[in-house]
Design a protein around this ligand. Structure first.
Ligand code: PLP
Length: 447
């Protein structure tokens, strides 16, 4: 219909991560409302949101307390900024809350509006600190192949995926990528998981030495890689990598944008993997994505030189109109309160065994190559000789799942599962029943 939402969307809207040349034929899925783990499209068809939106709607859709928190704050003070020593209650309270929640000692919180901005800001703060310390040569940043850290110019440079670099002339100078810790695809013949993990650390050290340790400022990594395909680190990985960073005094930025707030069965991925980050970047489940809120937490090692009165590099000339937005901060505070009151971390731990069991079972179906996951995040990778192009099987399975009422996401041929943290055991089964049926549909089609 010419005047339908679909037609207007195709006519006017340039979508994220969408092939503009194919948007019309693939057709937009117009989501109209949501409740719990489900969303409904404009034709009344219901789907399980198996990705919690974009790995983010921890509390599910329609959480009245978040709506009320936003409404109250809108009525009281809908906007104020945090520039030039001004502020307001919600951002001060949220900063205090996050610093106190951090699993390692942190000094300050800084607010941004997206994961990309949090990572960009981390880079700028790290550069600013190097200048404040009188070490202007210490500016290079290392991240990992297949890491995902966002799409703004610096964050996209950190991201280690071809789509985010190709055609944008990225990465920017001074951003380097080290080995992706995916054991199955990156191991050498006969190499054990432990040996592979150690080799990743050796690769990192070799890169540092090649570049000159005095030029390397920081290492960025997600505790578990998300958008790169849900890559769970191999046994011994973090135990091998962290000492290398310590040895060369390189700052460690844990990108907790997906892992933060319960996803891996602890409040932070940092706890799950016993990490010692100097900076943590946070977003997504921080507000269950009801409002765009993100933050970085920085420890004294980072903050101290920045606040040191003796440096002569001028003010921290950085900030967003929306930094610490009062409505976003109020929603985040209520979201964190609910996560704690309902003990969602224990809930994730209770549900995870069934989630992992069903994930592994899906990983034993026709065409499946590997299942990997932890907590309530996982992926199953597929392959079929009749659809050898990267993403061909994954795309077909993704569409079959959507057809059957499950929203997943294929990253190449890996299908991701990252449901709202409030999912019940029965709903985990419902989700994987649909996934299995969809995989069977595609297997039958391909013959
Ligand atoms: N970091 C990680 C680990 C992410 O998964 C994402 C988004 O998926 C980002 C950063 C970027 O966040 P945003 O899309 O809010 O810019």
């Amino acid at each position: 219909l010419p005047n339908s939402i679909e037609a207007r969307d195709v006519a006017y809207h340039l979508h994220s991560y969408t092939d503009a040349r194919k948007h019309e034929e693939a057709g937009p899925l117009i989501v109209e409302k949501g409740e719990g783990i489900y969303v409904e499209d404009n034709n009344g068809k219901r789907y399980i949101e198996g990705m919690a939106g974009l790995w983010s709607v921890a509390l599910g859709f329609g959480e009245q307390r978040l709506i009320d928190a936003a409404t109250r704050q809108m009525q009281k003070l809908p906007y104020y900024h945090t520039f030039t020593h001004k502020g307001h209650g919600p951002s001060a309270e949220l900063a205090e809350k996050l610093v106190n929640m951090a699993p390692v000692p942190m000094s300050k919180a800084y607010f941004t509006n997206s994961g990309s901005e949090a990572n960009d800001t981390a880079i700028k703060l790290i550069w600013y600190r190097s200048n404040a310390l009188g070490q202007p040569e210490r500016k290079k940043i290392i991240s990992r192949v297949k890491g995902y850290h966002g799409v703004t110019l610096a964050a996209a440079s950190l991201t280690g995926l071809p789509n985010n670099h190709r055609s944008f002339d990225l990465p920017i100078e001074g951003v380097l990528h080290t080995t992706c810790p995916h054991y199955r695809t990156m191991k050498k013949e006969g190499e054990s998981e432990q040996d592979f993990a150690k080799r990743c650390a050796v690769d990192l050290e070799e890169l540092i030495l090649k570049e000159g340790p005095e030029t390397i400022a920081a290492f960025f990594a997600e505790p578990v890689m998300g958008a790169g395909g849900v890559i769970v680190p191999p046994d011994g990985y973090w135990e091998a990598v962290q000492p290398v960073l310590k040895k060369y005094d390189i700052l460690f930025v844990a990108d907790e944008v997906i892992c933060g707030f319960g996803r891996t069965g602890n409040m932070f991925g940092t706890e799950t993997y016993k990490l010692q980050p100097d900076i943590m970047t946070l977003s997504k489940q921080l507000s269950s994505s009801y409002m765009p809120v993100s933050a970085l937490l920085v420890n004294e090692k980072v903050y101290g030189p920045v606040a040191d009165e003796s440096h002569k590099i001028g003010v921290w000339g950085h900030g967003y109109t929306g930094s610490g937005h009062p409505v976003g901060a109020a929603v985040a505070l209520e979201n964190l309160k609910i996560i704690e009151e309902r003990d969602l971390i224990s809930h994730v731990r209770d549900i995870s065994p069934q989630f992992m069991k069903r994930l592994k079972q899906l990983g034993e179906q026709d065409m499946a190559v590997e299942a990997r996951g932890i907590g309530l995040i996982g992926a199953v990778e597929f392959a079929h000789e009749k659809a050898p192009d990267v993403g061909a099987v994954g795309g077909r399975i993704n569409r079959a799942m959507q057809e059957r009422g499950l929203i997943s996401r294929n990253m190449g041929d890996a299908l991701a599962f990252c449901p709202p943290l409030i999912i019940s055991e029965a709903q985990v089964n419902e989700m994987f029943d649909i996934a299995e049926a969809a995989v069977a549909d595609v297997a039958k089609d391909l013959g």
